[in-house]
Design a protein around this ligand. Structure first.
Ligand SMILES: [Mg+2]
Length: 295
């Protein structure tokens, strides 16, 4: 990209120190302050043009927001608090400075509400579509991180919102459920949690596999998003199928060993293995179709 050094210099003007940031981006490495009783929780996520977004349709700001929000949603999934992020971007050779700035401002606009600093990264140009990766550093901040591994038979299964049809636009504009996750983890006996990126059937299978349990989902309890109904009009697949199998809802899916009045109960964990769907016709297998990320 012409002006790549201008881009890096401009990014440096966007930096700030903070409570946990002793030295922001601009040196070889950034320096963070980390309290001795905090766990460091880290992860990475990438988005690719043509897979997770479509650069001919989506604005650079919304693309930046999405890659940051996917990482923030992973923080929500473990009920931890984001502290800082590192970003790498491979820019298409024809990309200009204002486009690159908009990508960065998208990152920043998603990170700022959660007080998450962008403390470094790397940029390069290449003769291929945009590829964008964010690494997130988070802290447990007084709550033991909720993993996928401790769901037990008899636990109830919950989601935090209606599902399906995110491809109509919500997959670019969702809000990470960090505050909701921290609130839930504080008030209720959560046993496992995941954010719904791959779709309810696939993400519930992840919890079940890692906990060594099965699950029954009650079809009448699954909350269906209006987008799932709209999409059903277009493709004639039932709205429930969209709610069960579409991806990128970015709501939380969790199991709880006691009652929870702050989310929507959709089923229960069982002994044994496999997912089943309870319908008017009885129990049937629930295949983990999930979505293979596509736009
Ligand atoms: Mg996740």
């Amino acid at each position: 990209m012409p002006g790549e050094s201008d881009f890096i210099n401009w990014i440096r003007t966007q930096q700030r120190s903070g409570q946990n940031i002793i030295l922001p981006a601009g040196d070889d490495l950034a320096i963070l302050r980390w309290s001795s009783d905090d766990l460091l929780v880290a992860g990475v996520d990438q988005v690719l043009d043509g897979v997770h977004f479509d650069s001919s349709k989506h604005t650079p700001r919304s693309i930046g927001q999405k890659v940051m929000n996917r990482n923030l949603s992973d923080c929500a999934a473990m009920a931890c608090l984001p502290v800082a992020a590192l970003a790498t971007v491979a820019l298409p050779a024809n990309c200009n400075l204002s486009y690159a700035k908009e990508l960065y401002l998208g990152l920043k606009s998603a990170a700022d509400p959660f007080d998450c600093a962008i403390i470094g990264g790397d940029t390069a140009s290449w003769p291929h579509p945009l590829a964008f990766t964010v690494t997130i550093l988070a802290r447990s901040a007084g709550i033991q991180p909720i993993t996928r591994r401790h769901a037990r038979p008899g636990d109830a299964i919950y989601v935090t919102g209606p599902l399906g049809g995110s491809i109509l636009g919500r997959h670019m504009t969702f809000s990470p459920r960090i505050h909701e996750a921290r609130d839930l983890a504080t008030r209720f006996p959560l046993t496992a949690m995941i954010d719904l990126s791959d779709g309810l059937s696939r993400d519930l299978a992840h919890i079940c596999q890692q906990s060594g349990v099965g699950a029954i989902v009650e079809s009448s309890l699954v909350p269906i998003h209006p987008d799932a109904i709209e999409l059903s009009r277009q493709d004639h697949r039932p709205p429930l199928q969209h709610a069960l199998h579409d991806g990128e809802d970015y709501e939380l899916l969790f199991t709880c060993s006691g009652p929870c009045d702050s989310a929507i109960r959709i089923g229960r964990i069982t002994a044994g293995q496999g997912l089943q769907l309870q319908t008017d016709q009885g129990l049937q297998p629930l295949p983990s179709l999930g979505w293979q990320h596509s736009i």
